[in-house]
Write a protein that binds this ligand. Sequence first.
Ligand code: ATP
Ligand code: MG
Length: 601
Amino acid sequence: MRNVIDFRTGSGNSPGGIKRIQSYEDDSMRMSKLLVPTLKEDPADAEVISHKLMLRAGMIRKLTAGIYSYLPLGSRSLRKMEQIVREEMNAAGAQEVFLPMVQPAELWEESGRWDVYGSELLRFKDRHGRECCLGPTHEEVITDLVRRDVRSYRHLPLNLYQIQTKFRDEIRPRFGLMRGREFMMKDGYSFDATEEGAEQSYAAMWDAYRKVFARCGLKFRAVEADSGPIGGSFSHEFMVLADTGEDTVVSCDTCDYAANMEKAEIRPASGNVPETAGTPKKVATPGASSIEDVSRFLNVPPHALIKTLILKTDTGPVAVLVRGDHDLNEVKVKNFVNAGEIELADERTIEAVTGGPLGFSGPVGLGKVKILADYAIRSMGSAVVGANERDAHLVEVSPARDFTVDHYSDFRSAAEGDPCPRCEGTLHLSRGIEVGHVFKLGIKYSEAMNARFLDADGKERPMIMGCYGIGVSRTVAAAIEQNHDQDGIIFPPPLAPFRVVVTPVGAKNAEVDETAEKIYRDLWDGGIDALLDDRDERPGVKFKDADLIGIPFRITVGKKALAEGKAELRNRRTKETVLVELSSILEAVKTGLENWDSEAS
Ligand code: ATP
Ligand code: MG
């Protein structure tokens, strides 16, 4: 008898999924046949835990830098993630398409990105000498598709997505699937006739993303992200919370405000500015130019110093002042001055602007450039600043009295304990992994590439777009970063390659083997994807592998318990083992899966 199984979800008769006939005898469900080359030792070139564990669990293998093959277990987890994404996108009204990976340069020239994208865009020529690239993202391709076939407001809104391989020639591919060069992404694009419509499309995707990551069983936060000088909060990143994350999540302990580091706002300090008694005096600070050096040399705390940074912008240099213990936030400055690019000025520019060398800049007497200052400068009484002269600083400088600030604004990065911009609460910093990004694009691409429609009055207008990405392969890795222990992966059940492993143990025994086989078949019939560890191995080897792979539940069938009509059920996360009547195993597994999330917290 062949049993009908949805091979993506493992459920017997789930409607809508792609079905395939799988038999209980399939090699892919039996550990004795399945290609799972587990490793005992940590691979030398793996730095982060998900990379190590995916290699050790035989889920992936590296082909070359940033490019990986997925073995059967890795492929199963990836397919499960894809299916969750697919179901939620479809439920939110998006339509699945599949776009080419190779893209012609002309489209990128039309959008203006051919010259600005940088070396992450892998460019090459075909045999006719035509310039092409491998798609790192698909705004150009989708805009081209839609502009050809959608001409009327009646066909809008439209939301199209695909799940496909992306290629970005990352400068430092590392951390396995977390930052690959070739990786799997869900990218979606919405097209609307009106601003309101575009905002609704955005909100629908935001909501769908929450459902996706909640269904994956992950702890995550949706954080406000920088959307460039357009402003507003029309960009959110979805962050899986994990100490090993590369990104910083800034969140309030009282309200639900959360943002990434680039974007996180800080409530300006209020209160009285202390009077400055003395007048500015020049002091010698030989060789001391960094905040730490000056602070030590003059024996003043860093927060009594002002950092003066000269930045180059499209429209010329500016000086930006932040308190000594604060970090400049270049994105905030960039948005404030509405610049395409900004960077720290080189020594020559600094000398031209300040008359002094690098490391000794200060705002007093600085006449040639605009001075922007962070709000915190306003509350400083007596400060130490550079004297615009080698080996010298000025002390007892009052910002209110001794120099003129052109604009005060929020120019620094949030730090632990800063006041929340939305309420009276306090901001905290934690680590996260960016797994998704939603962005309201507006008419950037539709204007550049002429994607127009006729509105109800017959007037031509550019479509208003949004783009929405999920790192499908990165999410699987992020799930491992968040859920593991010293023995291996602890997969949240929705992303586990199998949710149960059935493990016959002990000396060869027909009854044990037959019972294990029956449990395994009953689980599949009951809609639970199970792996049968039918290898001729010691129990210890089987248990270690099951723990390493992170299968949520292990059912151990042994002679002793079997004599009482029972088998052992073990939870990978809690490590709790219970003896269960053979007849109630399916129920016990289902209950365990349902309670998985509540037991985690
Ligand atoms: P990052 O800042 O991490 O480089 P990004 O902001 O450039 O990512 P997006 O263009 O927003 O990435 O792409 C959408 C999603 O694709 C990201 O949220 C992330 O989950 C995933 N992603 C991006 N780059 C990679 C990569 N090199 N490897 C794996 N996943 C990636
Ligand atoms: Mg992003």
